[in-house]
Design a protein around this ligand. Structure first.
Ligand SMILES: Nc1nc2c(ncn2[C@@H]2O[C@H](COP(=O)(O)OP(=O)(O)OP(=O)(O)O)[C@@H](O)[C@H]2O)c(=O)[nH]1
Length: 227
């Protein structure tokens, strides 16, 4: 092993769980982040899907993000608690053009609270307004979003999975917040405009199959993926 390999710090792994109503854009967000792709066609997620992506945070810290994309229909189901368990970060995703998807986040958050109330480590919760490319069709006022964040101490994000706007920045900020790393303005601005810039990130186009390697095999029993 070379000196430089020995000096490399080991990867940190973070489990991020993406929750919210069906069609809010959770899969699109995860795919935009992990694979830099977007599909216009809606395919409902049955159960859950996994994505993996390795990013580099300031200080040369390698962080592998396990993104658990949970189907919107799992609310009220038996498996949801198990998906949420052990998450370091929760993304509550809604569609800014769909009020109901915002209102229903209360129910999703109640499940999160129930699952995590006895954990020593509370997950970071991020409120993510998606589809900002449809700003002209917005029905959820920014004020409402901000109020929900303030009342519950959520981290606040607006993204477009379609255009990629602020998607990398969203995941980067969440990872940094969980790990207690401060991003400076320049770092944040750079990742906002340069999604896909390999100076800032390393890709792991692993998707679901890469996760088998990471011994999540058990989770794969649970009924997976897009139909
Ligand atoms: N205009 C626009 N459309 C989007 C965006 N994100 C997702 N969509 C579309 O919204 C629809 C639903 O997206 P999905 O990512 O499948 O939604 P989901 O939240 O994973 O839905 P479930 O699998 O039912 O939980 C698809 O037709 C996407 O193409 C976005 O940022 N902008």
């Amino acid at each position: 092993m070379s000196d430089s390999e020995e000096e490399e710090s080991p990867d940190r792994q973070l489990k991020l769980v993406v929750l919210g109503d069906g069609t809010a854009g959770k899969t699109s967000l995860a795919m935009r982040f992990a694979q830099e792709t977007f599909g216009k066609q809606y395919k409902q997620t049955i159960g859950l899907d996994f994505y993996l992506k390795r990013i580099i945070l300031p200080g040369n810290l390698n962080v592998t993000l396990q993104v658990w994309d949970v189907g919107g229909q799992t609310i009220g189901g038996k498996m949801l608690d198990k998906y949420i368990y052990g998450a370091q970060g929760i993304l509550l995703v809604y569609d800014i053009t769909n009020c109901q998807s915002f209102e229903n986040l209360e129910d999703w958050y109640n499940v999160v609270k129930k699952v995590t109330e006895e954990s020593e480590m509370q997950p970071l919760v991020a409120l993510v307004g998606n589809k900002i490319d449809l700003e002209h069709m917005r029905t959820v006022k920014v004020d409402k979003h901000q109020r929900f964040c303030q009342e519950n101490n959520f981290s606040s994000h607006f993204v477009s999975a379609k255009t990629g706007d602020s998607v990398f920045l969203c995941f980067q900020r969440i990872a940094a917040e969980i790990l207690g790393i401060k991003l400076n303005k320049a770092e944040m601005e750079q990742s906002q405009v340069s999604f896909g810039n390999s100076d800032l990130q390393q890709r792991s186009r692993t998707g679901i199959w890469g996760c088998i390697k990471t011994a999540w095999g058990a989770a794969l029993f649970l009924g997976i993926g897009k139909r």
